[in-house]
Design a protein around this ligand. Structure first.
Ligand code: HEM
Ligand SMILES: [Cu+2]
Length: 564
């Protein structure tokens, strides 16, 4: 397959235009913008599933044994399955498709000044393979034995021996679904990289690319480099389950630790695959709403590359008490704590961008600010987990659950909402309502803290995670009220999404109309019409400057677009 040329694309567009049916346009589309939207919508719909699972098991934690609305009381096996599927869905079917594939697909060609992705058909196939993976995953709830319940990390021997959990088909389907999802993401990654390398507009040198584009590419590379070992690991797991091999089963001479290494060699880079696109979204929003150039453009790029490399050297911080050689704990603690340095540099760069800017608190900006504020709590508590001495106590407690939700929730939802409020005018040519957007922001962010701050306290008090009924343990009784607070916080947070859903649907059809560049932003996507048509740009592009030229001295307006 060769990357498509400009002429080739024009020819294809003519053909497409002539006979473009409903199916071609909205369903089996090869247009990166439609594919981006498909990913975005699918990810948002999967949030309902992942969120409902969280609702069910949090209900159980606060009021054990009581009937959960819509599904009735849940039992211990179901609890395990729900926690497992919640984690799996939120990481692979919500965060990845929304942040990497959704925003990446919609924005990357526009930002580099390309008419489409390098491989549009591969791109369409990537979405439909993803869709298939979603169907397989959802189906796994309905097979005999129910869905996978060995945790989102799927550690053997629990996951390798179906007899231990009673989950037979659910486990196989889990592996199949994840494999399909990875295939889809790999196709997407190849497209991102090729498009960035070979389809940039005239004058768009690498150091004129918006940070978001850098982030999508680095994230794609991390995914490409890390996923191989896990695929090997998953195949061996499937063989243990189906063929009676014993890669992970001590009784047959295998070793369960092998899977942990393979999983986390992938797993830690994977969390950066989620984080980087979200940071990329912030890097686009901060300069626009503080009317200042992004501080430390190159420092951010180099820090990200350093963090990306380091992310391959930290994996065993998940295994401090798994029985690894104790001499390995110190080096992995060091690399883990070291990795906070590049992220601190990025954070300082963002704060320096805001410093003395003329800040406009649009909804997108509020979500972006909320994202770094909350993420900082997640990052700082990660240093506790990263120190092996502290982690021996903290491991597998609610402290860890609180820590990673303080990273992943802001990354996934606050970052995505920031991007949605900011780029919605480009995607559909209409604004989301800002007043309701602000209600959405405040309810979501404040209640998020009510859900997860109590978990730090519970964790420090020794409350383990993946506990079906905390009231069965005497030493946990005095913390039960914290479970109740967290669950009520979650209900408020979910209710807070109703204004968003209504706003989203109503604005699609009735929102205030947006012109090409409603926020006076400098990057290329704002040169295209809102929404962009076939081939994206209706003007010839010649990029002459970097992406963040705001408030330059001696200029009449306070910004210069990349082509001006
Ligand atoms: C919508 C709000 C959310 C709520 C109320 C929530 C709640 C929880 C709770 C209470 C647990 C621990 C359950 C236990 O150990 O028994 C958990 C586990 C987990 N959550 Fe969330 N969560 C939310 C969003 C997210 C997001 C956005 C992500 C990732 C992008 C995520 C990823 C995970 C993972 C990976 C686990 C671990 C699953 C396992 O132990 O196998 N969650 N969640
Ligand atoms: Cu890690």
């Amino acid at each position: 397959m060769r990357p498509i040329t400009k002429n080739g694309l024009k020819r294809r567009q003519k053909l497409d235009h002539a006979k473009e049916s409903f199916w071609r346009r909205y369903v089996f589309s090869v247009d990166h913008k439609m594919i981006g939207k498909q990913y975005l919508i699918t990810g948002l719909l999967m949030t309902l599933v992942g969120g409902f699972l969280a609702f069910s098991f949090r209900h159980q934690l606060a009021w054990p044994g009581e009937s959960v609305p819509l599904i009735g009381p849940i039992g211990p096996d179901q609890y395990n399955a729900f926690v497992t599927m919640h984690g799996t869905i939120m990481v692979f079917w919500v965060a990845m498709p929304i942040l990497l594939s959704g925003f990446g697909n919609f924005l990357l060609p526009l930002m580099v000044g390309a008419p489409d992705m390098a491989f549009p058909r591969l791109n369409g196939m990537s979405y439909w393979v993803f869709f298939l993976s979603t169907v397989v995953l959802i189906a796994s709830f309905f097979v005999p034995g129910g869905a996978a319940s060995g945790g989102w990390t799927s550690y053997p021997p629990l996951s390798a021996e179906p007899g231990y959990t009673g989950v037979f088909w659910g486990g196989h389907l889990w592996i199949l679904a994840v494999a399909l999802e990875f295939t889809s993401m790999l196709m997407g990654g190849i497209n991102f990289l090729t498009t960035t390398i070979s389809m940039r507009a005239k004058g768009m040198s690498f150091f004129r690319l918006p940070i978001f584009v850098w982030m999508i590419n680095i994230a794609s590379l991390l995914f490409l480099f890390s996923v191989g070992p896990l695929i090997a690991g998953a195949l061996m797991l499937l063989a243990d389950r189906l063929l009676g091999t014993g890669f992970y089963l001590p009784a047959s001479g295998g070793d369960p630790l092998l899977f942990q290494h393979l999983f986390w060699f992938f797993g830690h880079p994977e969390v950066y695959v989620l984080l980087l696109p979200s940071l990329g979204i912030l890097a686009e929003i901060f300069p626009v709403f503080s009317r200042k150039p992004l501080f430390g453009y190159k420092a951010i790029i180099y820090s990200t590359i350093v963090a990306g490399i380091l992310s391959f050297l930290v994996w065993a911080h998940h295994q401090f008490i798994s029985g690894i050689d104790p001499r390995l704990a110190a080096p992995f603690s060091v690399t883990t704590i070291l990795i906070s340095v590049p992220f601190a540099i990025m954070l300082f760069a963002f704060i320096a961008t805001l410093w003395r800017g003329s800040i406009q608190f649009s909804t997108g900006m509020l979500f972006a600010l909320g994202m770094i504020a909350e993420f900082m709590v997640g990052g700082v508590t990660g240093i506790f987990n990263g120190s092996s001495a502290a982690d021996i106590y903290l491991h597998d407690t609610y402290f860890v659950v609180a820590h990673f939700h303080f990273t992943l929730f802001p990354v996934t939802f606050l970052g995505a909402f920031a991007g949605i409020y900011y780029w919605f005018p480009k995607m559909v040519g209409r604004f989301l309502n800002e007043t309701w957007g602000k209600v959405h922001f405040w309810v979501t962010t404040l209640s998020f803290n009510v859900v997860f701050l109590p978990m730090f306290v519970m964790g420090l008090a020794g409350h383990q995670r993946r506990i079906f009924d905390p009231t069965l343990f005497d030493y946990l009784q005095k913390h039960q009220y914290l479970h109740v607070i967290a669950t009520i916080g979650m209900m408020v947070m979910f209710a807070g999404q109703i204004p968003f859903v209504i706003n989203f649907v109503v604005s699609l059809f009735r929102g205030r109309r947006a012109d090409r560049n409603p926020w006076s932003a400098a990057t290329l996507e704002w040169v295209a019409p809102s929404p962009p048509g076939h081939g994206n740009f209706d003007t010839e592009l010649r990029v002459v400057r970097g992406p963040y030229e705001y408030s330059l001295p001696g200029q009449q307006k306070d910004w210069l677009g990349q082509t001006e």
